[in-house]
Design a protein around this ligand. Structure first.
Ligand code: FAD
Ligand code: NAD
Length: 454
């Protein structure tokens, strides 16, 4: 039996759920296919629970900043309270009924199964075959990459999933990987009293960001008692009754901890999606898409599978474009010049567009300017926890910003102005002659603009 529908969406994470819901609301016959939980990684194991842990850790950190500024505070960290909030408020104990009802309430058909392409305009899922009149959207997301470190595969290591569903904070934790997942969770656990060691293979934490950002986050983590090892590639892992032992290349001293979190990146798992049935390579790293997110006629992709930045906001941005494309509505094509990203450490690391290094490698005539948060009025008032900076990257030939980084207590919010400037190519001369409210963190822009130099 072949069932007809307008559109099938494979994977209902933030990207797939947004496309499927919007098309169903528009009156199309939409089949949403989800193998795990409707909503995907972000609400159950990634963005939302991790940010709940971070919010809890930040509250503790703020309480410790009270002495010398507002009196005193007795702080009694209790990880179980934050864990209960994740279970009860964020994930409904990892139950997606509300999200499933939201989709079916819009008229969509939910198939709880693994879906795969089965030829031109055909999808198989749950023992059924669907023939799609308008097309198929692949929104299958990504999975943690586990490096081939000897001994690791056979151990009960954590990925982000076990970390955010832990009921208790471990006494000690080794975090392998100092990217966004690693530094966010390292700081959150450390603030609940876990003895944390971060092992990062590159010379700096957050190696994709400006070096100043990685250096500042390393210094901050160290101040909070985290053992940060950079230039330290994990070489071997063992697990026994006493927990984990990790050795890093070029260092004989073994690191030990109760738990090991593997945070060494994510990859798309395209094998199993039946891509070969429509002439595509199932071994590809990501799905190549055009400005309308079209992979080939009648096949769209959104989210992590497109390899354009593994962020929920990217998945949702792309979902909007695909929905418009399927519905034949006009609108702009995908534009990735000003992709914002925020790592929610304290201080937050916000970044948009090109780093200084990427701009130089692109052959641009680069000028950079930096303003330090503690030297700004708001930073000085803020005092404890005021570390940060705003760094601008200008294409000096065109007189516009092509990138910016904003690190600070509200670095992710300050980033908004930088994102608008990069996206809209606001001339630097105009940015210099605007009014910035006093005394805000974003007023630090004036210091960074004054510092712009070749
Ligand atoms: C710890 C952590 C914290 C993060 N924090 C942030 C953050 O603060 N901000 C941010 O923007 N991003 C964050 N991210 C990234 C964000 O979670 C992802 O970019 C986002 O979830 C991607 O959405 P997606 O729709 O592409 O895929 P996913 O959320 O991965 O969803 C894909 C869905 O497809 C399903 N699926 C896969 N294959 C099939 C199949 N064959 N058939 C049926 N179903 C299938 C999966 O079960 C899954 O539910 C974080 C990631 C991690 C790991
Ligand atoms: N706030 C956010 O928006 C947010 C938060 C978390 C994750 N994410 C998304 O999830 C994706 C995955 O995050 P991630 O932190 O896992 O990946 P990542 O690629 O950002 O960082 C992984 C780090 O692990 C290091 N590494 C790799 N192998 C290693 C080894 N053997 N030993 C030591 N270090 C090793 C790498 O050098 C790298 O710095 C990110 O790309 C990001 O887009 C976003």
């Amino acid at each position: 039996m072949v069932r007809e529908a307008d559109v099938a969406v494979i994977g209902l994470g933030p990207g797939g759920e947004a496309v499927a819901g919007r098309l169903a609301e528009a009156g199309l016959d939409v089949v949403g296919i989800e193998a795990e939980l409707v909503g995907g990684e972000c609400p159950y194991w990634a963005c939302i629970p991790s940010k709940m842990l971070i919010r809890a850790g930040n509250l503790l950190a703020e309480a410790y900043r009270i002495p010398g500024m507002a009196g005193g505070a007795d702080v009694m960290p209790d990880f179980t309270v934050a864990a209960a909030r994740i279970r009860d408020e964020a994930t409904d104990d990892w139950n997606d009924q509300v999200a499933a009802d939201r989709f079916t309430g819009k008229g969509g058909t939910l198939v709880r199964a693994r879906g795969r392409l089965a030829g031109e305009g055909l999808v198989e899922a749950g023992g059924e075959t669907f023939r799609l009149r308008r097309g198929v959207v692949i929104a299958a997301g990504s999975k943690p990459s586990v490096p081939p470190v000897p001994g690791l595969a056979d151990t009960p290591y954590w990925t982000n999933r076990q970390a955010v569903s832990a009921k208790q904070a471990p006494a000690s934790l080794i975090v392998m990987g100092g990217g966004a997942v690693g530094v966010e969770l390292a700081q959150a656990f450390a603030r609940f009293g876990t003895r944390v060691t971060v092992v990062e293979a590159q010379e700096r934490l957050l190696p994709l960001d400006e070096p100043e950002a990685g250096e500042l986050i390393a210094a901050t983590l160290r101040k909070e008692g985290v053992d940060v090892r950079t230039g330290a590639r994990a070489a071997a892992v063992a697990h026994g009754a006493d927990g984990f032992t990790v050795t890093v290349e070029g260092d004989d001293r073994a690191l030990t901890a109760e738990r090991l979190l593997v945070a060494t990146g994510r990859h798309n798992d395209l094998a199993g999606l039946g891509l070969e049935t429509v002439g595509l390579d199932p071994k590809a790293r990501s799905l190549d898409t055009d400005g309308q997110l079209l992979v080939r006629p009648g096949l769209w992709a959104v989210g992590d599978v497109t390899g354009r930045g593994a962020f929920t906001h990217m998945a949702m941005y792309q979902a909007d474009i695909v929905a418009r494309a399927v519905l034949g509505e006009p609108g702009p094509e995908a534009d990735y010049r000003a992709v914002p990203r925020v790592t929610f450490t304290d201080p937050e690391v916000g970044a948009v567009g090109l780093t200084e290094r990427a701009a130089r490698e692109a052959g641009l005539t680069v000028r950079t300017g930096t303003g330090q948060v503690p030297a700004s009025t708001r930073g000085w008032i803020h005092k404890a926890g005021n570390e940060g900076f705003i760094k601008l990257v200008e294409d000096a030939d065109r007189g516009v910003l092509v990138g910016g980084t904003s690190v600070g207590p509200m670095g992710g919010e300050v980033l908004y102005g930088l994102t608008v400037a990069v996206q809209a190519e606001v001339p630097v001369e105009r940015l210099r002659h605007m009014i910035y409210a006093y005394p805000t963190f974003h007023r630090g822009m004036l210091d960074a603009l004054a510092d712009l130099a070749g």
